[in-house]
Ligand binder design. Structure first.
Ligand code: UYC
Length: 229
């Protein structure tokens, strides 16, 4: 009914994050009425940096695949809701698409590829990173990659999430691994099948950094000035 919808509209704009997330989920079950409200919501919030609530609303419209939502997204958010800023001339549109599709495994692969592109042609060929290359990444590009992960994962995935957990365990790697599901007892989680490629994963589970060559590249990534506020 109209009454229910205006109550939901209010919750969507004024509720706590938890209430907002539940409201987006509720609206997702209401078909056209819900989609119209979510479209209005995204337009209203367009002037602010997006949060994962915007991401969740975007996901509902993206997966609705009705002519109206398609047209709306194409017109207002042709490259998604995260600004794909790059100071290094890198194109993040495919990463945006994979994350909008919630294809976290392909997005993880592409993230390593993009980090190698940031590092330069030698890293692209090598397919892994030296920590000295990571130190030279621009904050802009790291923030773009991180925002894409954060906003399309309900705030669960991204380097900044891993950093927060890492700081929380006093930068102790052995304490970090089990918390993010990369190690269980003495056993490393095996790539790719033992990782969890969806939102049921622990916080900070993705994106992956292979530890085969040691922690230094990941240490550089988590210590990068991009994450200082
Ligand atoms: N792998 O175990 N990993 C690979 C992880 C380790 C290994 C890729 C993460 C431990 C080998 C990714 C963990 C280990 C290859 C990850 C993990 C190991 C490989 C693909 C938990 C053995 C083939 C991208 C920390 C005990 C490498 C890439 C090759 C691949 C990620 C083995 C994303 C997070 C120490 C042999 N592992 N990796 O980097 O050169 O190749 O072909 O971390």
């Amino acid at each position: 009914t109209n009454f229910d919808v205006s109550a939901l509209a209010l919750q969507l704009t004024t509720g706590s994050e938890t209430v907002q997330a539940q409201t987006v989920e509720k609206l997702a079950t209401l078909g056209t009425v819900g989609e119209e409200l979510l479209m209005k919501f995204l337009l209203q919030r367009q002037s602010h940096p997006p949060t994962w609530i915007d991401g969740k609303a975007y996901q509902v419209l993206y997966s609705a695949e009705s002519p109206e939502t398609k047209e709306f997204l194409q017109t207002n958010f042709p490259t998604g809701i995260v600004q794909l800023n790059s100071e290094q001339g890198i194109d993040y549109t495919l990463l945006q698409k994979l994350l909008a599709d919630q294809d976290f495994q392909a997005a993880d692969r592409l993230t390593l590829q993009k980090l190698c592109e940031l590092a330069g042609p030698a890293a692209v060929q090598r397919k892994w990173l030296y920590f000295t290359e990571v130190e030279n990444f621009t904050s802009t590009d790291l923030q773009t990659i991180n925002n894409l992960w954060l906003i399309h994962s309900e705030g669960k995935f991204g380097f900044s999430v891993q950093r927060e957990i890492w700081l929380g365990v006093g930068k102790n790697w052995e304490k970090l691994w089990p918390k993010i599901g990369w190690k269980s007892g003495k056993n490393w989680t095996r790539y790719p099948n033992e990782f969890t490629w969806n939102l049921s994963a622990p916080r900070g589970h993705l994106p992956l950094s292979n530890q085969l060559r040691g922690v230094r590249a990941m240490a550089s990534l988590l210590a990068h000035p991009a994450w200082e506020r």
